[in-house]
Design a protein around this ligand. Structure first.
Ligand code: CO
Length: 164
């Protein structure tokens, strides 16, 4: 288990568009495992490879509570529906929380760590986390989408864990 350092804003790697993964090898598996350990250590529910200093199209979402860990390699958004405003945070922006409008529903395709393609549908906070991570892979950071900054004292106790 290796916990990597989380890259904090501002850093050029966070705003760079990531490269597609072409090798589905042990190195990729190690990256995914290190990203997962780093995310759990930081109390996050999602993490993207640039946040551990790797500019590749790889991200993880794990809402906890017995939900399956979603590993997304080369993800693409196929469809979105609806809109919802919710509070988000980000591991790369300690202490910044804000309301962001995102689709309520998303359908994506992505690859597993062995290269197999799959499709996934998600709603609500899971859809939000997936879209926040895919934004990271395109070099888009959530602070550019905040419509209202939220003071940490306004947060519900549970929301403090909702870093992505
Ligand atoms: Co983030």
């Amino acid at each position: 288990m290796t916990i990597r350092t989380v890259v904090k804003n501002p850093n050029e790697i966070l705003t760079r568009k990531t490269k597609k993964v072409t090798k589905f090898d042990q190195k990729l598996s190690t990256l995914l495992e290190d990203m997962y350990d780093t995310m759990i250590d930081a109390d996050g529910i999602g993490i993207a490879a640039p946040q551990v200093g790797v500019s590749l199209r790889v991200a993880i979402v794990d809402l906890g509570e017995g939900e399956e860990i979603i590993e997304m390699i080369n993800p693409e958004v196929l469809e979105t529906e609806g809109l919802e405003v919710e509070v988000e945070g980000c591991l790369s922006f300690p202490e910044l929380y804000g309301e962001v409008e995102r689709p309520f529903y998303v359908r994506i395709k992505a690859q597993e760590r062995d290269g197999t393609w799959y499709e996934l549908e998600a709603e609500d906070y899971e859809a939000r986390a997936i879209l926040h991570e895919i934004d990271h892979l395109d070099g888009i950071l959530f602070d550019s989408k905040i419509i209202r900054v939220v003071d940490p004292s306004e947060l519900e106790p549970l929301e403090e864990d909702e870093f992505v």
